[in-house]
Write a protein that binds this ligand. Structure first.
Ligand code: SF4
Ligand code: SF4
Length: 232
């Protein structure tokens, strides 16, 4: 009962701060230092405003970048709310930094060693699309992700382990740089089999000089029709 009550309190607090989706994942299968210390990941998604999506044009990378970073203050506030509450209950925690902008090598290394998308799929929030993005049933790929790891006890969701893209190929067709390979994701598949992150990163770095990835032009995000606002 204590677990369920705390989970409800935390989820409500996070949604009040702007989280569109909140999921709890058992990440113990990773068998890493981080997952041994913090076996539960709290996966947090904030949906992009629809007006941002209209700005995601190939010839407007600056707008695209701005729209991606505009949610950072909200994400940070959500993370703070989460960690403050976990601390109040006496749980250990570690916030994984949001992906953009990556300010230094330390952050880049932390992101490289933990995947927000992995946590989201283990929490049951969605699957990895042919575009290598998290695809949520509610908002498709139009969400920004962050994660807080904890040793607190929470009920975890049912992991998603296979793609639900089915015969769709819209992102593959929309990628102007052939970075997407049109393969279905399943748990354990290497990212390189799905898409070429170097092509995607380089296209972004041509216009915007930040360390690391991700997402160059956003065509694959714009093309995906999954999510309530974008259903056919
Ligand atoms: S962001 Fe652009 S370059 Fe990168 S995979 Fe999507 S469509 Fe291709
Ligand atoms: S556009 Fe289609 S194939 Fe690509 S991620 Fe979305 S549903 Fe999957």
């Amino acid at each position: 009962m204590k677990i369920i009550n705390q989970q409800k309190i935390l989820t409500n607090a996070l949604k009040t701060k702007g989280a569109s989706l909140v999921g709890y994942a058992d990440i113990s299968i990773l068998n890493t230092y981080l997952s041994d210390k913090y076996p539960t990941a709290i996966s947090l998604c904030v949906k992009y405003d629809d007006s941002f999506v209209d700005l995601w044009k190939l010839k407007n990378e600056e707008n695209y970048h701005d729209s991606l970073t505009k949610l950072n203050p909200t994400m940070n506030e959500i993370i703070d709310t989460c960690t403050d509450q976990l601390k109040q209950w006496g749980y250990g925690y570690k916030a994984i930094p949001i992906a953009i902008p990556i300010k230094n090598e330390k952050q880049l290394n932390e992101i490289n060693c933990f995947s927000h998308k992995f946590a989201a799929t283990r929490a049951g929030l969605g699957w990895i699309g042919k575009s290598s993005l998290l695809i949520t049933p509610e908002f498709g790929p139009k969400v920004k992700l962050c994660t807080v790891l904890t040793n607190g006890k929470f009920e975890t969701g049912n992991p998603v382990e296979t793609s639900k893209c089915n015969s769709c190929n819209l992102c593959f067709k929309a990628c102007p740089f052939n970075a997407i390979k049109s393969h279905d994701w399943h748990i354990g598949i290497e990212r390189d089999k799905l898409f070429d992150a170097h092509i995607c990163n380089n296209k972004r770095l041509n216009a915007i000089h930040v360390i690391g990835r991700k997402s160059a032009c956003g065509n694959c995000i714009q093309a995906c029709l999954k999510g309530s606002h974008w259903k056919k």
